[in-house]
Design a binder for this molecule. Structure first.
Ligand SMILES: [Zn+2]
Length: 158
């Protein structure tokens, strides 16, 4: 996984052929491009992998070591992103599937994560306990985990 836009495209309006192709192929969204450019102005060292919009919030997915750079001193960058989007913004690390799943379902709990085999290959089955406590609905949790991991994910709520 790489950052949504290359360094050149963070700083100008036109896209280079490589980034244009990623956009045309649906690998990056208009919102990801917009946020990548805003974040670059706030902190040129801050990069993220993906951005997923849910009804409640915008989830920024990044490497764990980048979290502080994205959030900024005292949460300053995060506040600017919130103001811009008019929505809650959460920044989560994608390095570890299990801890990302735990963060997404909190204060509900991950009961189990298992690899199950399907007709088309395999998928990660995430079983959530105390589903009524979910703050992000289970469909969105699955969508975010798929985007972060590149794996097929099924979320089952108990
Ligand atoms: Zn580019």
């Amino acid at each position: 996984m790489e950052a949504p836009l290359c360094m050149d495209c963070l700083n100008r309006i036109m896209l280079c052929p490589a980034c244009q192709k990623k956009f045309d192929d649906g690998l990056i969204t208009a919102l990801e491009m917009q946020i990548a450019r805003i974040l670059y102005k706030l902190n040129p060292n801050a990069t993220f992998k993906h951005l997923v919009e849910t009804e409640e919030a915008v989830i920024v997915l990044s490497e764990k070591k980048m979290l502080g750079q994205i959030i900024g001193q005292g949460g300053a960058n995060l506040q600017k992103l919130r103001d811009f989007l008019g929505k809650q913004v959460k920044v989560l690390g994608v390095d570890d599937f299990a801890s990302l799943a735990e963060s997404l379902v909190s204060p509900a709990e991950v009961k189990s994560i298992n690899k199950v085999f399907t007709k088309n290959g395999e998928k990660q089955k995430v079983v959530v306990r105390d589903g009524e406590k979910l703050r992000i609905n289970s469909v969105d949790v699955g969508r975010i985990l798929e985007k972060a991991s590149g794996l097929e994910v099924e979320v089952v709520v108990e």
